[in-house]
Design a protein around this ligand. Sequence first.
Ligand code: NAP
Length: 323
Amino acid sequence: MPKAVVVRATGGPDVLEFTDVEAKSPGAGELLVDVAAAGVNFIDCYHREGRYPLPTPFGLGLEGSGRVSAVGSDVTGFAVGDRVAWSQSLGSYAEQAVVRAGDAVPVPDGVDDDTAAALLLQGLTAHYLVASTYPVQKGDTVLVHAAAGGVGLLLVQLAKARGARVIGTVSTEAKEALAREAGADEVIRYDLTDFAPEVRRLTDGVGVAAVYDGVGATTFDGSLASLKPRGVLALFGASSGAVPPVDPQRLNQAGSVYLTRPSLGAHVATREELEWRAGELFAAIADGSLTVRIGGRYPLAEARRAHEDLEGRRTTGKLLLVP
Ligand SMILES: NC(=O)c1ccc[n+]([C@@H]2O[C@H](COP(=O)([O-])OP(=O)(O)OC[C@H]3O[C@@H](n4cnc5c(N)ncnc54)[C@H](OP(=O)(O)O)[C@@H]3O)[C@@H](O)[C@H]2O)c1
């Protein structure tokens, strides 16, 4: 029997159970994949703890890469043996995963399995944030929180590629070095310094065109205070906890600013959009203009340790689980 990581009751990392599961077969429109690597994402913690509720029991994980071992009916464009990656398929922390063909993208030659598993969820997120949520223009200054994290390192690189000046925030010296290596022009240690006044200082009092904030509770107020008039606060996550309800009047006081809470699903809703974003990411990997840092590789059986490290703020870049 294949093995997978299952959640029977929601809770802390200790609820993750590495166990035998029924062998699967693909239904209509589905692929069965031998998983080469599964991506770990913060949303997996929200699913595990029940913050984003799912009916239990469920197989955890949304993202991975691997080789197609069987193809269901009504599937076109994929065949047994193809290398694929995906980012929206529950049950990906597994030796075998069933993936909707509509969610899978072919992995180009020259992109290895680890990179493919590491790229999509956080890469597609960084892509829609800089290309669609607030389309970064040459000469903009933008603020990226947790700039040495999985999404953060990709955001820094993609915003720089569009011509921005990037200010990053991080909590350790080692993370500062990584954010600078990824291209951040300025890095603020937000564990030591009140970042909003520092952003004002670095922008001659003007503020930034956009804040990309995946940290949430602890950064939200400072993010609002860092914007220039009519700037955009893209609140895309809550790694430090959820932001309490916001009085819209605060957006007026902050200078007619915009607040949005975007999700990846709404930005890869059509096949065309998924292929556009994934295509640009794979092309950037292939030409060397984008790098994915794999900061941790854990055996699938040690998903619990990966979650403890991620939530404990001990990680950088992408974490992978390897069957
Ligand atoms: N909306 C979407 O479409 C979407 C898609 C993907 C991810 N996300 C969100 O993006 C965020 C980043 O995801 P990721 O997978 O790339 O994770 P990550 O950024 O690699 O890890 C989280 C980082 O957040 C920072 N952080 C600050 N306060 C924290 C706290 N109290 N506990 C834990 N971490 C804290 C830490 O960096 P420092 O130590 O430098 O502070 C930590 O390394 C998450 O909120 C996630 O939910 C949203």
